[in-house]
Design a protein around this ligand. Structure first.
Ligand code: ADP
Length: 328
């Protein structure tokens, strides 16, 4: 059976980008057709300045939202990364295979390091090595497929390179994984800055739809989305990024096609109203289930404990084999 692994960072409240780019595929397809593991990657939240209590709270919230969105612990394994030591154990070995130049070429590193420096902060070494830890997350489980949004494709490529290099140098140890991207909404853009992606760690609230936003807040954010001075609705990602983003959001929420939807909703106002209602409908059951789960924290706790036990059992033989292969 195909092994699937993917993760989500508890660096902020989960967004519509996380949902359409990743979580929806996990819930609707991956958990049903494969042996899937989903992980709240809390170690990755330590790569930038953070408040310890907030990381802990956001980890629990992310796990609760993943369950609320429809992950079923009977079908898949849901756990928190730091509960399974194998990730950090394998990460070090992979650091011994990766190169300094390869790490510095990662786009996310360049962007995030520049942002840290702009703020006058220092760049943590873990921000540079984070893609290696991500490779360890993936390779520890003999993963075949990694369902991610477009922004993570380069990191999955690195995991592939490291697996191939390790196997060539030390003997066959790792399955070589590949990224799988959603057909639409692989990169949901910020509603106020359609040139940059809707990221949960960003501070520009008005351009970001959070999964727990009230329906009226969702409507307001989408109705105020930045478009352009044109009038006609056309699907053109380069020339009309704001409108294209709304068309993709609407398409993803309604299982439609962005180009076809452009001929249905003829004005910007109509398009925004349709997108806002579609998003409100998609998020409604997620918010309701989240509220129910919050009333039963013991349940979430139990799922995560059980998930970590299962994950550990799966990862240990792979990581032990890597230790032997490399000479330890
Ligand atoms: P973030 O950038 O919000 O901190 P994570 O790194 O935790 O997100 O990513 C979790 C998953 O959500 C990844 O598969 C990532 O590719 C996907 N994702 C994040 N933001 C977006 C977006 N704006 N559009 C599509 N997918 C996204």
């Amino acid at each position: 059976m195909t092994r699937v692994f993917s993760g989500i960072k508890p660096t902020g409240h989960l967004t519509l980008g996380n949902y359409l780019g990743a979580m929806r595929q996990w819930v609707q397809a991956d958990q049903h057709r494969s042996d899937a593991l989903f992980c709240v990657v809390d170690l990755h939240a330590l790569t930038v300045d953070h408040d310890p209590a907030r990381v802990r709270r956001l980890s629990r919230q992310a796990a609760t939202l993943l369950l609320a969105a429809g992950l079923d612990p009977e079908l898949c394994t849901l756990f928190v990364q730091s509960h399974v030591d194998e990730h950090a154990r394998l990460s070090y070995l992979l650091e011994c295979v990766a190169t300094d130049g390869e790490m510095r070429r990662m786009i996310q590193y360049k962007v995030k390091a520049a942002r840290e420096r702009e703020r006058g902060g220092s760049v943590r070494l873990s921000l540079l090595t984070y893609p290696v830890l991500m490779a360890a997350d993936i390779l520890a489980y003999g993963t075949d497929e990694v369902p991610v949004g477009d922004d993570q494709a380069q990191h999955v490529e690195l995991a592939r390179d490291l697996a191939v290099r390790f196997n060539q140098r030390y003997g066959h140890t790792f399955v070589v994984p590949r990224a799988t991207l959603p057909a639409v909404a692989a990169r949901v853009m910020n509603l106020q800055e359609p040139g940059s992606k809707m990221g949960k760690s960003d501070d520009s609230g008005p351009g970001i739809v959070y999964l727990l936003d009230e329906p009226d807040v969702v409507r307001k954010k989408i109705m105020r989305a930045v478009t352009d001075s044109g009038r006609e609705v056309v699907y053109d990602r380069e020339g009309r990024p704001g409108v294209a983003n709304l068309l993709e959001i609407l398409a993803a929420c309604t299982d439609g096609n962005p180009a076809e939807l452009a001929s249905v909703h003829r004005s910007y106002g109509a398009l925004k109203a349709a997108a806002a209602e579609a998003v409100v409908e998609v998020l409604r059951p997620v918010r309701a289930r989240h509220q129910e789960l919050c009333a039963d924290p013991g349940y979430v706790e139990g799922v995560l404990r059980e998930g970590a036990n299962k994950a550990r059992e799966m990862a240990r033989p792979v990581v032990d084999a890597a230790y032997r292969a490399i000479g330890l």
